[in-house]
Structure formats: C-alpha cells, structure tokens
Design a protein around this ligand. Structure first.
Ligand code: NAP
Length: 387
C-alpha cells in the first residue's frame, strides 16, 4: 500500500499555523502523488516552535545578511588578467592596447583621475593636434578610447602590494585585487617647498599647485609662481589671463624651461622674475589667508617681503611609488628602476612600469603614452607565454 508519512508541528502562533497550513497542502499533494505513482514519499516540515514569530526570524537574519555583505565587501578579492594602476597618459594607453588584445583590463584610478594633464591648460606638443589641445579634453578622449574597447574602471587607492607570488596582490583599504600581470603607471605628484605657512594655507587659503584650477580666483590680484622650469613658466603665462602682476621666483639666475617657453615668459610684461631668491615663509593675514612672502636673496642674503594674494608652487614632481618601496627597486629620487635593457620590465616577472613614475628624463605626455604602449605589449606577451 503506498504511503505518505507526514511530520509537522501543531502549535501555536498564527504564523506557525500558516506554516502548518502550507505543509498540510504540500503533504496532501504528496499523498495524492504517492497513491497515483506507488512511490514512497517522505515530507518533513521541521519544527519552528523555538522561534516565536517570522518577525523574530527576520530580526535574526538581517544582521546575519548584513554581516555577510560587510565581510564580503571588506574581504572582496578580485582576480584579473591585467590590472593597470593609473589613468594618466601611460595608464590609459596601456589600457587601450591591452583592451584591444581582448585582455579586459581593469584600470584603477586613484586620487587624480586623468593624471597631471588634467591640470594643464593648452598642450601644444602632443602629436596630431596642430592647434593644441586642452589637457583635460585630451585625457577625456583617451579614457573614452580605452572604455570603447572594454577597459573597466575602478576608483580606489592602493596602499600596499605583495608581489612575491605568481599572482600579484594589491591591497586598498577595502579590497584585495589579484592579478596575473600588473602595469604600474601611477605618475607623479607636485613637489612642495616645505616652508612655514605653505601647508597651513594650502587649498582655499592662497597656496596652490594648479593655475588652471585656481587661477580665476585671483582675477585682478598680484600673485607669485615658485620655480624655473616649464611648469613654472606655463603657470605664470596662464595666470596673465587673470592676474595684474605675476612674480616668478626662481632660486637661480636663469630658467630651466625650454627656450621657447622661457622667451615667451620673460617677454610678457605682466611677469616679473625675481632671480637667485629663496622663499623663506608664506605670510598670512588675520583671516589666515596668504598676504605675502618672506624672501631671501641667495647671494647677498638680504631679506625682503612682497605682498601677494596667491602662491602657485611649480617646482617639479615626486613619483608616486611609495606603496611599492621594498617590492620593486627605486632610485634615490623614488623613481622605478626597470631591468637593464628595458624601459618597462621590472625584476618581478609580470610587473611592468610606465610613465612619469619610471621616467625622470623625458616626462612628456607623448613619452608616457609610448611607455604605456610598451608595457601593454610586454604584458600581453608575458601572459601568452605563461598561460
Ligand atoms: P623641472 O623641469 O624639474 O623644474 C623644476 C624647477 O623648480 C626648477 O627650476 C628647479 O630649480 C625648481 N625647484 C625644484 N625644487 C625646488 C625647491 N625646493 N625650491 C625652489 N625651487 C625648486 O619640473 P617641471 O617644470 O615640472 O617640468 C618637468 C618636465 O615636464 C620637464 O621635462 C618639462 O619640460 C616638462 N613640461 C613640459 C611642459 C610643456 O611642454 N608644455 C609643461 C610642463 C612641464 P633648478 O632649476 O635650480 O633645478
């Protein structure tokens, strides 16, 4: 005789009665099925008596699921074929090449998406733009080109790395990224003078490193630019659009900038060079904003002051390589040192470097893009050999 065995609780609350009703419905169906087919059917509905209600079940489950979500967010491990750090010219060019090679790169953009060129005004020397191109627009185009071929973008900041195993592991505050090949194109950040008042008034109080970003706030005012290279000249020239007078304060008696840039700068009537001079301190007004600079002549040691409302620091850049100290060789200025015979390969197989973090000689947008291309091709070949 075909049988259906049923076990369910008969107590007590409305919710449990509802469960029992459903269980009864299921077991009736199961009994019919057993009679019809002659198969033995066991239906077991476990007791829920110790649990007072659905509400209490939900209350118990919510923190459980939240915990699971939180832990999985905290310990999220993402495995990649190619991971690229940095979205400047080098990183985005590497992304275009690896994406076109169907490697679906993941690119991590840090604190300055688009890199240094996004803070530049006109770029006149990038090939293919006879009229010049706005730095932000150029980077936006590179980004769109990388995305078009399947590059994935992620905002994060890598704090430490483990490059000792076959899979490279990169840690941010919340995520561990694992990748077979790694292209580091973390660029460089502006150097600061390190004098009293500079840090205190950095940002909205009068000290800045970006004329393109902040120049318009100083309309009709007198300002100073620190430095003697192409960046300082570019900043000073850009500021002539807004400011009434720009002091260019340089520690030597000639500019380091390229000939054409130096000529343009020195011929501009709004720009007043102050040679052989160190900035000793940034002076503040009662509201804590910049009111002037304390200066000292390098040769005569004569001290002086100038009244200005804004200081634009343009004295070069530091490579963003701190997270890799110990894992990869760095030179005395902190730049990556590629292995002999290559501009992009490192001593760790599968790890490549490109752009301003590894180049203190050329440091141009076009050379960074070229290095990004080299790193991508090397990574592609390395993956093909090791798959
Ligand atoms: P840079 O060429 O290294 O020049 C830095 C300037 O700051 C130098 O004049 C240096 O003085 C001065 N300086 C450095 N540390 C200082 C300190 N602690 N106190 C006072 N002065 C200090 O840097 P950059 O101008 O940023 O240019 C970097 C590269 O990018 C260069 O290759 C440049 O050609 C390129 N670039 C090109 C363009 C363009 O073509 N449109 C624009 C910007 C940059 P000393 O001269 O005494 O060393």
């Amino acid at each position: 005789m075909p049988r259906a065995r049923v076990g369910f609780v008969s107590q007590l609350t409305d919710q449990q009665r509802e469960i029992n009703r459903i269980a009864s419905f299921i077991t009736k169906g199961a009994t019919k099925y057993a009679r019809h087919t002659g198969h033995f059917v066991l239906v077991h509905v476990p007791s829920v008596a110790p649990i007072a209600s659905f509400a209490s079940v939900a209350l118990l489950l919510i923190p459980y699921f939240l915990g699971v979500v939180l832990i999985s967010l905290l310990l999220r491990v993402i495995m990649e074929n190619v991971l690229i750090l940095g979205t400047g010219c080098a990183g985005l060019t590497a992304a275009i090449y690896t994406a076109r090679a169907n490697l679906r790169p993941l690119i991590i953009e840090g604190v300055q998406p688009g890199g240094q060129l996004t803070t530049t005004s006109e770029v006149e020397n990038f090939p293919g733009f006879p009229e010049g191109v706005d730095g932000f627009e150029l980077m936006d185009r590179l980004r769109k080109q990388a995305a078009k071929f399947g590059t994935r973008f992620q905002s994060d900041y890598i704090e430490r790395v483990d490059l000792s195993g076959p899979e490279k592991i990169l840690h941010s505050a919340t995520t561990a990224y694992k990748t077979k090949a790694l292209i580091i194109a973390t660029g460089a950040s502006p150097k600061m003078l390190g004098v009293p008042g500079e840090k205190e008034m950095f940002g909205g109080k009068g000290v800045t490193t970006c004329a393109t970003c902040d120049g318009a706030f100083y309309r009709g005012m007198e300002v100073a630019v620190a430095g003697g290279g192409d960046s300082a000249c570019e900043e000073a020239l850009f500021l002539t659009r807004f400011c009434s007078k720009i002091y260019l304060i340089h520690r030597r008696d000639e500019l380091r900038a390229s000939g054409i840039m130096a000529k343009r700068t020195l011929e501009n009537p709004k720009i007043h060079p102050i040679w052989d001079t160190h900035i000793e301190r940034v002076l503040e007004d009662k509201e804590g904003h910049v009111r002037g600079l304390a200066l000292k002549h390098k040769k005569t040691e004569v001290a002086s002051e100038i009244a200005i409302k804004g200081l634009f620091v343009a004295i070069g850049h530091m490579p963003n390589t701190q997270a890799f100290a110990g894992a990869l060789p760095l030179d005395d200025q902190g730049y990556f040192v590629p292995t002999a015979g290559s501009a992009v390969r490192t001593k760790v197989p599968g790890v490549f470097v490109a752009g301003d973090c590894a180049d203190h000689v050329y440091r141009q947008a076009v050379t960074a893009a070229g290095l990004g291309c080299q790193a991508a091709i090397e990574a592609e070949r390395w993956l093909a050999e090791h798959e």
